[in-house]
Write a protein that binds this ligand. Structure first.
Ligand SMILES: Cc1cc2nc3c(=O)[nH]c(=O)nc-3n(C[C@H](O)[C@H](O)[C@H](O)COP(=O)(O)O)c2cc1C
Length: 326
């Protein structure tokens, strides 16, 4: 049965020569979507997962930490996101990521953080459509795998450039787009401009994933009804990587809902995977920043979070998390 004409359903998507099992993606998040978290999201039903953004310049200069970010876990199917403002460096980084096993290269043209934009990268590329197109073209020519691009509907309200950039992305060789429906000036909060999302999605034939503020199936539905082929979920997945399964089940009339106990069991698994990845102390330190997301709303969360900040041993963290619900 073909779902091609059903606007509002969860179904596989073709991104260039790669078919992903469903149209729900984990949005890239620096400091969060490392391989431990991506594994949880993939198990939690995400059809596509994306790494943290990796600096093309750092790859060019052989930075070890950046190369570590290109590492995927065995069997992983992931898009690797790169950022930069120089087409040659972006091509080089795309090749390096492909050599490390990336299934897709994603170009960051939406990050509004100063550290990134002051060098002309991230959302600064939205203000430079020629360079935006040249970077996509350079990356697409450098690798055989699909190249995708993530950007926003505009730099600030009243200045919608999503449709124009979507067309440039398509004609420069992008195989899909992730469109954050907020303006760059809004950073990561506030409402999504769904009209601007719809206009951008209508401008191209390649799949557009809508992004911004999704916390449940209704949010995905709104993007699909605006003409998007898929949806990318960021923060709501951080405390519940099973959200993708929950949403897929909601679309088919089912009712998968993750209990607090299951959620915290996943948090423990995240801690263990982080420890495997970076060693016990470093792994816990990386996970600490996310404790607030996972513990939010639980009785005793504030004090548990404070205690979490001081822990250096996995066993102590496990005991603390277990004391919350088990
Ligand atoms: C902590 C954090 C880190 C992020 N890092 C990246 C990144 O590396 N690359 C990127 O394209 N977007 C990044 N984003 C933006 C997200 O991918 C997403 O567009 C944004 O959070 C909106 O989706 P949401 O409302 O579902 O969280 C980041 C967002 C957050 C909150």
């Amino acid at each position: 049965m073909s779902f091609d004409n059903v606007p509002s359903s969860i179904r596989p998507v073709k991104i260039g020569n790669v078919t992903v099992k469903n149209n729900l993606a984990l949005a890239p998040m620096a400091g969060i979507t490392n391989s431990a978290f991506r594994r949880l999201a993939a198990e939690g039903g995400a059809g596509l997962v994306v790494t943290e953004m990796v600096s093309a310049e750092s790859i060019k200069y052989g930075n070890k930490k950046s190369f570590k970010m290109l590492e995927l876990y065995p069997g992983e199917m992931a898009a690797v996101q790169v950022f930069g403002a120089d087409p040659a460096s972006m091509a080089l980084a795309a090749r390096a990521a492909a050599d490390y096993g990336a299934a897709i290269i994603d170009i960051n043209a939406g990050c509004p953080v100063k550290k990134v934009t002051r060098n002309g990268a991230g959302s600064a590329l939205m203000g430079n459509p020629v360079l935006f197109g040249r970077i996509i073209e350079a990356a697409a020519k450098a690798v055989k795998i699909p190249v995708t691009v993530k950007f926003r509907v505009g730099l600030r309200p009243g200045e919608i450039c999503g449709p124009e950039l979507a067309k440039i992305a398509e004609s420069s060789g992008a195989a899909a787009i992730t469109l954050h429906g907020r303006y760059a000036s809004a950073m990561h909060s506030g409402p999504v401009d769904m009209d601007a999302v719809a206009a951008s999605a209508a401008a191209v034939k390649i799949p557009v994933y809508g992004n911004g503020g999704i916390i449940e199936a209704a949010g995905v539905k709104a993007f699909l009804e605006a003409g998007c082929k898929g949806a990318a979920i960021g923060r709501a997945s951080v405390y519940n990587p099973m959200i993708f399964r929950e949403i897929e089940s909601a679309f088919s009339g089912g009712k998968i809902s993750v209990s607090e106990k299951d959620r915290l069991a996943m948090f423990l698994r995240f801690l263990r995977l982080n420890a495997e990845l970076y060693g016990e102390e470093k792994g816990l330190s990386a996970a600490r920043k996310l404790a607030g997301y996972w513990l939010k709303g639980l009785p005793g969360a504030a004090s548990a979070r404070m205690r979490f900040m001081t822990l250096t041993k996995l066993a102590e963290a496990e005991e603390l998390v277990n004391s919350l619900v088990f």
